[in-house]
Design a binder for this molecule. Structure first.
Ligand code: FAD
Length: 393
């Protein structure tokens, strides 16, 4: 995460923490809802389609009572979705982000990971793609851009999950919430730009073509800002990168490549104001934070790489036993509330390791026990997947 994020955030209750090797602002805000209003109803994943917030796809009606609802679509949640689907449960996944993949997608999609079984080395984004293909093959309903705020019970004992957008119903819940709900950090002290988000202002690059032949301004000093500057420079008409300091939080090699490229790099610069016309961005005023000198840039696309805020806040209010900042579980991944399980980074037990590999095992354990919670006749361990034949094979 770039330095400017820490300096300029100023959110109440916010502190700097670390998530793996990345620095992330950790807040404990139980009230603020994240941006991103829409719900995706997802069919089994197609090879050419990575589900994203805003996609409208047919699926199990979102208001149905699901056997299993998974909070968090990181690697653990996606594997839990696969396993619960294999156990023939109806499954819903909810994530506050607009993309699947949790920390891996948000913080290090381009980095190589070396300690996931079966992959001697795999890029974060490629691992996520494989997790998505596996995790969505049984057709879970996927709700992105929604943060679960409350977890309670209905009179019939089923669970009610209230997000900032919907009420969800479920027989069991698996919490795979990592270090909390991730939301991209907004531009500090800047004019309101919410209405431009997704059209002229972006926090993620989902479709590089959106930047083709545009005047692009990137804000940030970390890996993602510089990686995207390099990746988008050939597409954009012009690319400017501003950073509020002259020290970078990106790999030295990437910094050198950016400095050698045609990217217009301005250190000690911040956004002062934006200009718009007909609902579109037309320009950005930046200023030198040493001299206060202002510069006017024609800008059609603003890419804000300011890091993420992780907020576990609401989960603390769900009546779960918490330990060491996470959810206490037993060896079946059961929490203190019967029918609610936890797996992955958010789960705590003696000897816990925060690894993708351990999250996968915990997800399988949680899903199998969730199955026998709603159907006590079913075996916790139904046999190996290799003993099952895929439909049509
Ligand atoms: C820079 C970096 C490098 C790393 N490298 C490695 C590595 O090499 N090997 C390794 O094994 N691990 C690595 N890790 C750690 C690894 O990424 C985590 O262990 C893993 O992502 C945990 O997966 P998860 O699914 O449990 O949680 P996450 O990936 O954190 O996903 C949790 C998801 O839950 C969502 N969520 C949380 N609360 C809510 C809510 N209330 N409502 C809706 N959604 C919610 C979040 O938005 C998030 O998308 C690294 C981490 C970082 C930061």
């Amino acid at each position: 995460m770039a330095d400017e994020e820490r300096q300029s955030s100023g959110g109440a209750g916010e502190r700097e923490g670390s998530v793996g090797r990345a620095r992330v602002a950790i807040v404990d805000d139980r009230h603020e809802a994240p941006p991103g209003p829409r719900t995706v109803r997802q069919q089994p994943v197609r090879e050419d389609v990575m589900p994203k917030e805003g996609m409208q796809l047919p699926g199990v009606p979102v208001d149905s009572l699901f056997d299993c609802t998974i909070i968090g679509a990181g690697p653990t949640g996606l594997f839990a979705a696969f396993y619960a689907g294999m156990r023939e449960m109806s499954v819903k996944i909810i994530d506050s982000l607009g993309d699947l993949g949790g920390q891996v997608s948000a913080l290090y999609p381009e980095k190589h990971i070396y300690d996931v079984g079966g992959f001697p080395a795999v890029k974060g984004k490629d691992l996520v793609a494989a997790c998505v293909e596996q995790g969505l093959q049984f057709g879970p309903t996927v709700c992105l851009g929604e943060r679960v705020q409350k977890l309670g019970r209905a009179d019939d004992g089923t669970f009610v999950l209230q997000t900032d957008k919907h009420i969800h119903h479920s027989r069991t819940v698996i919490i795979c919430a990592g270090v909390g709900a991730f939301t991209p950090r907004k531009l500090p002290n800047a004019p309101a730009i919410d209405d431009l988000e997704g059209r002229s202002v972006f926090y993620f690059v989902r479709e590089p073509d959106v930047f083709r032949d545009q005047d692009l301004l990137i804000v940030g000093g970390g890996d993602s800002a510089l990686d995207w500057a390099l990746a988008l420079e050939p597409l954009a008409r012009s690319t400017t990168l501003i950073h509020r300091r002259d020290r970078w939080r990106a790999h030295e090699d990437t910094v050198n490549k950016v400095l050698e490229s045609s990217v217009n790099v301005r250190t000690f610069h911040e956004v002062k104001d934006i200009q718009r016309a007909n609902g579109r961005l037309t320009g950005v005023t930046i200023y030198d934070n040493r001299t206060q000198t202002e510069t006017q840039l024609p800008v059609d696309r603003l890419l804000l790489c300011l890091g993420f805020i992780a907020n576990i806040g609401p989960i603390r209010d769900w009546g779960l036993e918490m330990v060491d900042g996470g959810i206490a579980v037993d060896s079946t991944m059961a929490t203190s509330i019967p029918g609610v399980y936890a797996a992955g980074d958010v789960a705590r037990f003696p000897g816990k390791l925060h690894l993708i590999a351990t999250g996968f095992g915990e997800a399988a354990t949680a899903a199998n026990h969730a199955k026998s919670f709603i159907d006590p006749q079913s075996r916790v361990f139904p046999g190996h997947s290799s003993e099952k034949s895929k439909e049509g094979q």
